[in-house]
Design a protein around this ligand. Structure first.
Ligand code: O2Y
Ligand code: MN
Length: 601
């Protein structure tokens, strides 16, 4: 692709943007510069180019029209937390939750890598908008990359091209992202964030969160800094609308660490009885949520993304028919396997793989056919439950915030915080087992406050303080809940069926929001009172339900002590209010203020 867009257009470009592109070009020395307009013709030209050079492989166009497969470098298959740095001028501001480097040193390191790295290649300039193009909650960015695969993915995942560029020129501000796949050498790979400069530099990876800079880098790490400065929240949350049979919709924002079924919850299919009664679920977002107080004191949320970068393995007609329907056309698959008739395949789907994610003949001795972190990139509009409210410039009002994690024991199926401060404590104390989405140990329990451990772009102590700051006169804050779909019985089996049945828990939350469920107060929060969870048509035995909703006082005392130890890791910036709140809950447990409950009693 040659240099394009006429001189006339170039002249209209924001000076700061043009200057930055010139600087990037002087450093990286591309053979050509392409300003992305986001058009269909541009996308198709990129696809043709990638098919020709092998970056993409065409999939079965009869069964999957417009679908392509990308196989990444086998050493470049996931986010790399140990190589992801947040370079605040002061080390303290990054906190113990981030890796840090002095900005001057980080710039020198990155610029040495970028020096001449685009020789002989095209540099793509991608203007993008995170959020509806006309929303005051949206924020823009420009990613410069040498990867056409990144351009194609960014077109699906963001509002990319001419309209975003026009907004950038109007507003005069944008987040800068410079990316090169480099040599894909893990020894020469860094993802660096410079929050004070609203700048990201990423080198040496072409994969997902490392390379699609609008997603985790901008929409969470940089945006969390913007949000703190401007009085809003940039969170790792899905947004889902729950419509009751009366046609009223409550919007819920929910944070779970990776691989806890966020996408499934965002696209939940109601159990049959609920469907019959007229319940509907609307998907606004599956991963990221930006929330801001509205004039009425409620929090209003947008999904800054326009697509899903979902995990393929485990996505099936049983677990998530809506996701499967979404990816039947116009989808880029990354690192999935392929069947004999060239259809995409992953573990959980019917059929048989013949070629694995690395393009080898499938041999179970080599491990799974699809990489465990293989992905689909697809426009959110292709989801059957896509909510038209996702395009609403004002965002959707949030009725409930839900925190959750993968906790095999102790944590009940659901509990409600007694107030905002308690909710912040619940979010801060969240924990989950690690998964394949981030490289490193799998199956280890780690705390992951608000599911933001890899994404909060500043000190967690300050981040908790920012959350607490929303509790002020005039605010009508959402209720806060904690859920655990992953509680196991003594036999090691899950106690709760999960998936669509989770709507039963959401229904109880909404009843609490509407003041229609009494709940039962316990030292750890409000749990469903006996009979309040709608279990019609669900085959679950009473003992399982008792276990799911029991409060193990001794276990919780130990948990509160562990939470205290974890939180003190953020001293001296740990807000005193959070410390006191933990003590309040611990004291309530110690005083055995409320006797352990039995759900079926
Ligand atoms: O491994 C990656 O680069 C993707 S990680 C990811 C992708 C989509 C949504 N969430 C995540 C995550 O790790 O939270
Ligand atoms: Mn995520």
């Amino acid at each position: 692709m040659a240099e394009d867009q006429g001189e006339e257009n170039m002249a209209s470009k924001l000076e700061a943007l043009q200057r930055w592109v010139d600087e990037a070009a002087a450093l990286t020395r591309p053979a050509a510069i392409h300003w992305c307009d986001g058009s269909e013709a541009e996308y198709q030209a990129l696809v043709r180019q990638m098919l020709a050079d092998g970056t993409l492989v065409e999939l079965n166009q009869q069964t999957h029209p417009g679908c392509y497969l990308h196989r990444s470098n086998p050493a470049d298959v996931a986010r790399v937390e140990h190589l992801t740095l947040v370079c605040h001028p002061e080390r303290e501001d990054a906190g113990p939750n981030n890796h840090w480097m002095d900005p001057a040193e980080a710039h020198a390191k990155m610029d040495a890598l970028f020096d001449g790295c685009m020789r002989g290649r095209t540099m793509y300039v991608i203007p993008y908008c995170m959020g509806p193009i006309d929303s005051p909650l949206s924020r823009c960015g420009v990613e410069i990359t040498d990867s056409p695969y990144v351009v194609a993915n960014m077109r699906i995942m963001t509002r990319m091209g001419a309209a975003a560029q026009a907004r950038i020129e109007r507003e005069g501000t944008f987040v800068k992202g410079l990316h090169s796949t480099g040599e894909l050498d893990p020894e020469r790979r860094w993802i660096m964030h410079f929050p004070a400069e609203r700048l990201i530099k990423s080198y040496g990876s072409g994969y997902g969160g490392n390379a699609l800079l609008g997603k985790k880098c901008h929409a969470l790490r940089i945006a969390s800094n913007q949000a703190r400065d401007e009085g809003w929240l940039a969170e790792h949350m899905l947004i889902v609308g729950i419509e009751n049979p009366r046609g009223e919709t409550h919007y819920v924002a929910a944070a779970f660490p990776s691989a806890c079924g966020k996408t499934n919850l965002a696209m939940l299919i109601p159990p049959e009885g609920y469907r019959r009664d007229g319940w509907k679920v609307w998907t606004v977002g599956d991963d990221i949520c930006w929330m801001r107080p509205g004039a009425d004191g409620r929090l209003y949320a947008i999904n800054p993304e326009a697509g899903f970068f979902g995990v393929a393995p485990g996505t099936s007609n049983d677990t998530n028919p809506n996701a499967l329907a979404s990816v039947a056309r116009d989808t880029i698959f990354t690192n999935v396997a392929v069947t004999a008739d060239n259809q995409p395949w992953w573990e959980g789907l019917p059929g048989t793989p013949v070629t694995d994610w690395q393009g080898r003949p499938y041999d179970p001795a080599n491990g799974p056919a699809a990489h465990p972190n293989s992905r689909f990139t697809v426009s959110a509009k292709q989801c059957p439950t896509w909510s038209e409210k996702a395009e609403d410039a004002q965002g959707v009002p949030i009725s409930a915030i839900v925190f959750g994690g993968r906790r095999p024991s102790l944590l009940p199926l659901v509990m409600e915080a007694q107030d905002w401060t308690h909710g912040v404590l619940m979010g801060a104390a969240m924990g989950s087992e690690t998964t394949a989405a981030a490289t490193g140990a799998v199956g280890v329990l780690r705390r992951d406050s608000m599911a933001m451990k890899p994404f909060a772009g500043y000190h967690y102590g300050d981040y908790f303080a920012h959350w607490l700051s929303f509790d002020k006169p005039g605010m009508k804050l959402p209720k806060v809940f904690h859920v655990n779909w992953f509680r196991k019985g003594k036999d090691g089996k899950f106690l709760w069926p999960g998936f669509g049945q989770n709507l039963r828990v959401l229904e109880w939350m909404i009843a609490r929001v509407e003041g229609k469920a009494r709940g039962e107060q316990t030292a750890i929060g409000t749990l469903p009172a006996p009979g309040e969870l709608n279990l019609d048509g669900l085959d679950i035995d009473a003992a399982a339900l008792d276990e799911l909703l029991a409060v193990d006082t001794a276990g919780w005392q130990a948990e509160l002590a562990a939470i205290g130890e974890y939180l003190e890791g953020f001293a001296p910036r740990l807000p005193e209010r959070l410390r006191q709140e933990r003590r309040r809950v611990a004291d309530a447990l110690d005083g055995d203020v409320v006797a352990p409950r039995t759900a079926t009693a």
